[in-house]
Design a protein around this ligand. Sequence first.
Ligand code: IPE
Ligand code: IPE
Ligand code: MG
Length: 228
Amino acid sequence: MADENLPLHVGIIMDGNGRWAKQRLKPRNYGHDAGMKRVMKLAAHAKDRGIRYLTLYTLSTENLNRPEEELEGIYDLFRKYFGEYAVKLSKENSDVRIIGDISVLPADVQQKMLSACARKVENPDLTVIFAINYGSRAEIVRAANLAVQRGKKVTEEDFSHLLYTDGIPDPDLIIRTGREVRLSNFLLWQAAYAELYFTDILFPDFNNAAFDKALKDYSLRSRRYGKI
Ligand code: IPE
Ligand code: IPE
Ligand code: MG
């Protein structure tokens, strides 16, 4: 598959953890735990396949309206996995980056995330970008306010530098697991020309073979960007 047309940047809307747990008569956070475990397998696979950027929709701005118990469980998982993942990724020559507003998270969780992002490697093979308390509309409004503060008109390029994703190329492929066919406020600006791929597979079951199937599908697409 060496000559295959591969995406440089893949975004994944990791949906279906709650339903996966429900199928097993377990609490929702059991599904989130399984999802977090899945993340590292996919990151390793993405790197093996030569993908350079992997953006994982981990927690949306809207998800912050979920019951306190679920959110506390999710924060506990961040506590449990973030440090370990950052060490592992940097050993594998990968970087961690976060997009979104983490300032509303518990202080110790923020600290874990900031130290994960601080472990920079020189020329990362892969950058794993966690979207946390991320919402495109909030991101765009934030960028618009930054532009207003600067007091002069912006071009599309200037504007893209004001987004959380500054310096990251636009996603080529966005995958959504878990059956729903929507973007749920994920990378709306950046996904203007992304290829979209939807699968019924619930995120904890989205294994490397399923990922390869999405990549194969992508490789067969014709991206015209409005041309003929
Ligand atoms: C996605 O899984 C993870 C988060 C949004 C935090 P869900 O928790 O939305 O799982 P479902 O959609 O209820 O199955
Ligand atoms: C999208 O899933 C957010 C993440 C996967 C982090 P949701 O489960 O929150 O999306 P909706 O509510 O079905 O649109
Ligand atoms: Mg969901």
